[in-house]
Design a protein around this ligand. Structure first.
Ligand code: DX5
Ligand code: ZN
Length: 217
């Protein structure tokens, strides 16, 4: 079970400390949300944030959630910045583009993941399974932190687990807190992106502790 903090709703003027606190609490992967103002109606970070992150935290994995329909410019930029995992959205480009960029990631030693939105049919993952090391099941419509977990996500996670088999990690992203993390885990998820619950609801280390308790019970 992995908790991957999203810094989207962290204090942007205090990011190093916000990341430090989570690393000190045992986090070894950050989920970095990249929004392009086009595929989703919001803007967030760019490649420089990722290269600065890897310089300061070389032992911590940078997982790039690419919410953009411009992979041609951005995938190479995030690979060069030191991304460890890049997640592409099924809805953002053609299937042949996805395949092309998954092959590019493999040849650059970067893990690939496929992200699907709440309205996308789960069956689309099947044809990409040989090329991916994780599936990201969005549990909110992407674009903003702080939204509520969409209730039918649990049945979608179960369906993805059936299609993908027992070995591919399933990540959930959006509205994860100390209640929904249990629902998502019971449905078959094993990687949990957590944004506002960590960075808006109290002390980061304490919040991580509360989530870990829910995962072990
Ligand atoms: C939403 C992003 C999420 C978001 C999660 O588009 O992909 O990663 O930051 O934030 P919370 O945990 O607040 O839903
Ligand atoms: Zn995300």
């Amino acid at each position: 079970m992995i908790i991957a903090p999203s810094i989207l709703n962290a204090d942007n003027l205090n990011l190093k400390n916000e990341i430090d606190e989570a690393v000190a609490a045992g986090v070894d992967r950050f989920h970095i949300d990249i929004m392009d103002g086009h595929f989703v109606p919001n803007l967030s970070f760019g490649p420089q944030l990722v290269s600065d992150f890897k310089r300061e935290f070389p032992m911590t994995n940078a997982e790039i959630h690419l919410m953009s329909d411009n992979p041609d410019d951005l995938v190479p930029a995030f690979v060069d910045a030191g991304a460890d995992i890049i997640e592409l959205h099924y809805e953002a480009m053609s299937e042949s583009k996805i395949n092309y960029w998954f092959d590019y990631l493999a040849s650059n030693g970067v893990h690939a993941a496929l992200a699907i939105n709440p309205d996308t049919s789960v069956e689309v993952i099947e044809k990409f399974l040989p090329k991916i090391s994780q599936i990201l099941v969005m549990t909110v419509h992407p674009g903003f932190g702080g939204q509520g977990f969409i209730a039918n996500s649990t049945s979608r996670i179960k369906e993805v687990r059936k299609l993908a088999g027992p070995n591919v990690p399933i990540e959930v992203d959006g509205g994860i807190n100390d209640e929904t993390i249990k629902l998502a885990k019971q449905a078959g998820a094993d990687v949990f992106v957590v944004g506002s619950y960590l960075y808006e609801d109290g002390d980061v280390a304490h919040q991580i502790h509360l989530l870990k308790e829910k995962l072990t019970k």
